[in-house]
Design a binder for this molecule. Sequence first.
Ligand SMILES: NC(=O)c1ccc[n+]([C@@H]2O[C@H](COP(=O)([O-])OP(=O)(O)OC[C@H]3O[C@@H](n4cnc5c(N)ncnc54)[C@H](OP(=O)(O)O)[C@@H]3O)[C@@H](O)[C@H]2O)c1
Length: 313
Amino acid sequence: MRVFLAGASGAIGSRLVPQLIERGHEVIGTFRSPGNGERARALGAQPIALDLLDARAVREAVLKAEPEAIIHQATALADVRFGRSLDRSFGPTNRLRTEGTDALLAAAREAGVRRFVAQSFASYRYAREGGPVKTENDPLDPAPPAMARETNAAMRHLDEAVTNAGGIALRYGGFYGASNDGLVRPVRRRQFPIIGDGDGISSFIHLEDAAAATVLALGHDGAGLYNVVDDEPAPMREWLPALAMALGAQPPRHVPVWLARLIAGKGMVMMAVGSRGASNAKAKRELGWTLRYPSWRQGFAAAYAPVSQGVNR
Ligand SMILES: NC(=O)c1ccc[n+]([C@@H]2O[C@H](COP(=O)([O-])OP(=O)(O)OC[C@H]3O[C@@H](n4cnc5c(N)ncnc54)[C@H](OP(=O)(O)O)[C@@H]3O)[C@@H](O)[C@H]2O)c1
């Protein structure tokens, strides 16, 4: 298939390009930052510079490329500092998930593109009630913390717009698998503590496994939502010490909920206490997906051994 990949130079995009090519697809890959075009080309994509927030440019690029499929992996989270307001940190990404998605969908309609797959997110979104692990049929959190409302609304917009148009939204777990993953620096510096009893559940996914599920989704007929997460949703009190160990860091500190709420804000406390994980049963069953790293237990160790040994990848 001729695939238009928005965000080919990013954390998942750069894993996706080689996997798509290996499966015989032809990839037109977009980048935003100067210099990243060569990176996309080296991976095997035909690079084009594109700002997804420029709807006219999106239309022109898609019509010119004449793709059979579009994959939307554009986000703006690299180098973001996560402060008290998730909405502030995610502001540019929220626009890519709303305006960017709408521009791509409009262009897809006009160009007669039949397949559309887009990046969504699974962790911390499901309603904080009932069992610890949620399927795609379970309700989303009806009342996310105030500082994450726009971020949740943007993901909901993407999920609905894409599936209403007949496409697939992949709700990925927290990405890991690169030496510059967002959690690496704070965990190495012991700046990421276990909050309260750390019972909030997170779902993770290695970038290589996330890319593999995306390639399979491209070949799948019909609209749908899929959790693309590993087999072991886990409480913070389990995964955070394991991550610190994989990174060769000191064990995480512990802070009480009241102190975390004061310092880090309600959003961080919500992720650490009470959040729910996601089930990957549907993606395995319907996409025929198998995981190279079924649990973050092996995945963290594999991803970060070179980092903990001081090797710069
Ligand atoms: N994805 C998530 O849900 C998530 C959540 C929390 C943390 N993180 C962490 O964030 C880091 C990676 O960030 P990321 O997932 O956002 O990947 P990223 O490396 O920033 O890649 C996103 C892609 O979108 C492109 N892009 C950015 N702005 C664009 C625009 N206006 N128009 C078109 N394309 C645009 C980027 O292009 P250029 O690179 O060429 O600029 C890149 O190809 C990782 O450490 C990951 O663990 C990710």
